[in-house]
Write a protein that binds this ligand. Structure first.
Ligand code: AHR
Length: 308
C-alpha cells in the first residue's frame, strides 16, 4: 500500500481533522450564550476541531486570539467582530498566512473585501426597520408627540449602528416621533437597567416608548420602570430585538410589547461553510439569516417552539 513516512495514506487522511479557530465577543447577553452553544455543538457534530476564545467584549483580545490562531496555523478562522472598524492589519496578516476568514453575526468595515471570505448573519438594518414599522402601526391613531428613549447596543458595533439607522429611517416619516434620549447600554441587562434609571430620572412620565437594541437591555429596563412605579408595556411601550426566551417570558407576563427576531443559531451554517471552503467550493459573499417579529399577543403560542 502507499505509505507516507511509514503511515498508510488512508489512515493519514482520516486523522486530519479540520481545525477552526473562533473568536467570540463575550457572554454579554442571552443571545450570545445561545450563539456560543450553537457553535460548540455544531463543531462537535461536524467533527471539526474548534479552538474557541472568549474576548470579554474587548477588540484587543479578539486581535490577540486571531494572531494566536495564525501562529497555530489553523485551517479556517471565524469571528464575530465586537466593533466594525480596526480590523485591516490583523486580517491582512491572516490573508498573508493563507488562512481564510469567515465573519459570523457581525460585519467589519474594511476597504479590501478580499480580507474575508463570507459574512453570515442577520440583516440588522432590516431589524431596525421592522421595529420602526411596528411602532408606526401601533401609534397610527396617536395625534400628539410620541417620545422615545433608545438603549443602544455596544458603541461602534454593527448591530448598534444598523438598528439605530433602520429604526430612524422608518420613524422619520412622521415628525410626531421624537427620540428624546439615546445612550448605550452595551447589550447587557445591568447597563440597560442603569441607563433606563437615568432616562426616567431625567424625563419621567414624558417617556412613551422604549426602543432597546436587544432583549437583555429591555429586561433590565423593565426592572427600572417597575421600580419607578410605572407599568412596563402599558405606561411605556417597549420594543426590543433578539426574541430570546427571556423576552417571551416578559411578553407572557405582559411587560414587553414586541421583539424582533435575530437568530443566534449560526453554528450548523458555519460548519457547513468551513467544510465547503476546505473542499474548494466558492461561498456566497453574504448569507442572510431569515427572521420574523413576535408581538406579545402571540408569545404564549410561540414560546414552546423557541430554540433559544
Ligand atoms: O450581534 C448580535 C447582538 O449581539 C445581539 O442582538 C445581542 O443580544 C448580542 O449581544
Amino acid at each position: 500500500a502507499t505509505m507516507a513516512a511509514g503511515v498508510p495514506l488512508a489512515a493519514f487522511a482520516q486523522k486530519k481533522k479540520i481545525v477552526l479557530g473562533f473568536s467570540q465577543i463575550g457572554a454579554e447577553s442571552e443571545w450570545r450564550t445561545a450563539n456560543t452553544e450553537s457553535i460548540k455543538s455544531a463543531a462537535k457534530e461536524a467533527g471539526i476541531e474548534l479552538k474557541f476564545s472568549d474576548a470579554q467584549q474587548k477588540q484587543e483580545n479578539q486581535i490577540k486570539a486571531i494572531r494566536s490562531f495564525i501562529a497555530q496555523r489553523v485551517d479556517v478562522i471565524a469571528f464575530s467582530p465586537v466593533v466594525e472598524s480596526g480590523w485591516e492589519t490583523v486580517l491582512r496578516e491572516a490573508k498573508a498566512a493563507g488562512i481564510p476568514v469567515i465573519l459570523t453575526d457581525r460585519a467589519v468595515n474594511v476597504k479590501d473585501d478580499s480580507l474575508w471570505v463570507t459574512f453570515m448573519g442577520s440583516d440588522f438594518l432590516e431589524e431596525g426597520r421592522k421595529a420602526g414599522r411596528w411602532l408606526v402601526e401601533k401609534m397610527k391613531d396617536v395625534k400628539g408627540d410620541v417620545n422615545i428613549v433608545e438603549l443602544q447596543g455596544t458603541v461602534g458595533s454593527a448591530p448598534a449602528i444598523d438598528r439605530k439607522r433602520g429604526f430612524e429611517e422608518i420613524i422619520k416619516t412622521d415628525p410626531k416621533f421624537k427620540i428624546i434620549r439615546s445612550q448605550t447600554g452595551d447589550f447587557t441587562r445591568a447597563k440597560g437597567k442603569e441607563v433606563m434609571e437615568a432616562f426616567l430620572k431625567a424625563e419621567g412620565r414624558k417617556i412613551n416608548v422604549l426602543y432597546a437594541h436587544n432583549d437583555d437591555m429591555a429586561i433590565g429596563a423593565i426592572q427600572a420602570i417597575e421600580e419607578a412605579g410605572l407599568k412596563p408595556a402599558q405606561d411605556i411601550i417597549i420594543i426590543s430585538i433578539d426574541a430570546v426566551k427571556g423576552a417571551f417570558e416578559a411578553m407572557m407576563a405582559g411587560k414587553l410589547n414586541v421583539t424582533v427576531e435575530c437568530s443566534p443559531l449560526l453554528g450548523p451554517q458555519l460548519m457547513q461553510a468551513v467544510k465547503d471552503l476546505m473542499a474548494g467550493k466558492t461561498l456566497p459573499k453574504r448569507i442572510v439569516t431569515e427572521e420574523g417579529i413576535f408581538p406579545m399577543e402571540v408569545a404564549a403560542k410561540e414560546f414552546p417552539n423557541r430554540k433559544y
